[in-house]
Design a protein around this ligand. Structure first.
Ligand code: HEC
Ligand code: HEC
Ligand code: HEC
Length: 434
């Protein structure tokens, strides 16, 4: 019902949007863009651009795994349908070879393609808008230096009414303003560099931030936790989830550089972020990001969606709990203990500890359930070239068994969290086999 109402509302707004679109063009077109004096050599510009493109992980979204770099075609599954990323190689017909540095800046800073075509925020320009003109020009120079690909762009496959690009005018009017990063004079240069990278190119909040029903982020520096299609990107500043203020700086820098630290390992979409982006950042930039992230004030935990809430409050009798711990414990011994240890202590930088692991104890169950069903590998990085993986259990354990073993690890060794039921496991089973 909520969705139907939303659709009707959106339809009504289409008319307004068409008008708004026109108005928006008049007031918003920042064609009068700042031009930067040519103070660095062409080759320095290209290598600076290469570095910044890594900081933005542009390759990750704009490349099909194993396909031609930056030729697009990667599918992004969202609640609104599927996006197919475009070709951003310098091919004149298929890519952005006819674009000027101004056009490129319009895309990054203002979310508009050539001819003023409004872009969907699945391209995280809501974060990239923070990027400076000088950095945008360097990225443009780098992309123009790359091999061309003739790979054709594919139409997005979006549900009605989201397939109507004109509606973006309304969305933009409500949720987007182009904004260059403003230095906070009361903070150190290092903090400012960190904020610039995390909130701009790093687009951490694009996943770790909350979103409303129309996919709008609460802000570039909102890290209150976000649901992706099959994963949950935990809150980074919440005492019940990932509480970065309490991490040692070196734990976070190791995780961003290598994908593992002595307690935990990144997986899924976060493994892609580390593999494609943060592992390449220099020590000074990593230190700046760590400085900024650890200084973000802790927020009060908020209830996640209704589903999680229902689970979090699910209680079982002492007898049932005893049964769960017995059966789950036996499964743990057979299938998990060799790697994660008899006391859930893991092996530093090889197998994550399960005792006191916030990723396992978070109210959102998608990540641990997926991990047990589909298994996973931390990313291959310079600092961890041969990561140890976790095998998939999708064909070995039933939904009920996965639920039992997860309920066990969430409540053994002093851990305390809600028990898991088989319905929750089943919810992710199909995704795990894909
Ligand atoms: C999360 C995935 C994602 C990331 C990361 C990403 N893009 Fe994109 N990008 C997209 C999608 C999806 C579109 C298509 C949007 C649309 O059709 O409205 C797009 C569109 C574009 C366009 C417009 C192309 C055209 O033909 O209109 C440019 C230019 C672009 N991206 C450059 C970049 C650069 C540079 C980076 C890195 C700083 C980057 N993108 C990172 C998903 C991404
Ligand atoms: C494409 C989505 C995405 C982006 C972008 C992203 N993350 Fe994540 N992140 C995730 C997901 C999903 C998880 C949960 C899986 C895991 O624990 O590795 C996660 C987990 C984490 C964790 C906890 C890791 C652990 O195992 O305890 C940290 C810390 C983190 N991210 C920091 C960052 C920072 C800093 C950035 C920006 C540079 C960032 N993330 C960008 C999706 C993302
Ligand atoms: C062969 C060794 C191995 C076995 C057996 C194994 N794991 Fe893992 N486990 C790992 C590795 C390695 C990772 C990190 C994977 C990644 O980052 O993608 C991991 C990650 C996890 C995580 C996510 C932790 C985090 O910090 O994000 C959970 C939960 C987990 N395992 C539970 C289990 C359970 C339950 C079992 C038994 C059913 C099991 N594992 C069996 C090696 C193993």
């Amino acid at each position: 019902m909520k969705r139907i109402l939303l659709s009707v509302l959106l339809l009504l707004l289409t008319g307004i949007a068409a008008v708004a679109a026109f108005g928006y063009y008049l007031v918003d077109d920042t064609r009068a863009v700042p031009v930067i004096a040519n103070d660095i050599s062409a080759s320095d510009k290209v290598s600076k651009g290469a570095y910044l493109v890594k900081a933005g992980n542009c390759l990750g979204c704009h490349t099909v795994p194993g396909g031609a770099p930056f030729a697009g075609g990667r599918v992004l599954k969202t609640d609104f349908g599927q996006f197919f990323t475009p070709n951003i190689t310098p091919d004149v017909k298929a890519g952005i070879g006819s674009w000027t540095a101004d056009d490129f800046w319009q895309a990054l800073h203002n979310g508009k393609s050539t001819n003023g075509r409004m872009l969907y925020p699945s391209f995280p320009y809501t974060n990239y808008t923070q990027v400076s003109r000088a950095d945008s020009d360097a990225m443009y120079a780098y992309l123009m230096s790359l091999p061309k690909s003739e790979q054709q762009n594919q139409e997005h496959d979006l549900r009605f009414p989201y397939n109507n690009r004109a509606l973006l005018a309304f969305w933009r009017a409500a949720y987007f303003r182009p904004a260059t990063y403003q230095t906070d004079q009361s903070k150190s240069a290092e903090w400012n560099r960190g904020a610039y990278l995390v909130n701009g190119l790093g687009h951490c909040s694009a996943c770790h931030g909350g979103r409303n029903g129309l996919g709008a982020n609460a802000g570039v520096s909102d890290f209150s936790g976000g649901h992706l299609t099959d994963w949950y990107a935990p809150a980074l500043t919440n005492s019940q989830e990932i509480h970065l203020a309490q991490w040692q700086p070196q734990q976070l820098s190791a995780l961003l550089k290598t994908g593992v630290n002595e307690h935990t390992a990144v997986s899924g979409p976060m493994a892609e972020v580390v593999a494609g982006s943060t592992q390449y950042l220099n020590d000074a930039d990593i230190a700046a990001m760590v400085n900024y992230l650890r200084a973000i004030p802790t927020v009060t935990p908020v209830e996640k969606d209704m589903f999680d809430k229902a689970l979090a409050t699910q209680t079982v009798s002492a007898d049932t709990m005893e049964q769960i711990m017995k059966q789950g414990g036996a499964l743990y011994k057979t299938h998990c203990m060799d790697c994660h240890g008899a006391g859930g202590e893991g092996v530093a930088s090889i197998y994550p500890a399960l005792k006191n692991n916030p990723a396992l104890l978070a109210p959102a169950l998608s990540n641990p359930v997926r991990m047990v069903l589909a298994g996973g590998f931390p990313p291959v990085t310079g600092g961890n070239p041969r990561p140890y993986g976790m095998p998939p259990f999708v064909h070995t354990l039933s939904d009920a068994e996965v639920a039992l073993v997860l309920s066990y690890v969430r409540n053994a060794w002093g851990n305390q969290a809600s028990v898991v039921n088989s319905a929750e496991v089943n919810r992710y089973r199909t995704a795990a086999v894909d």
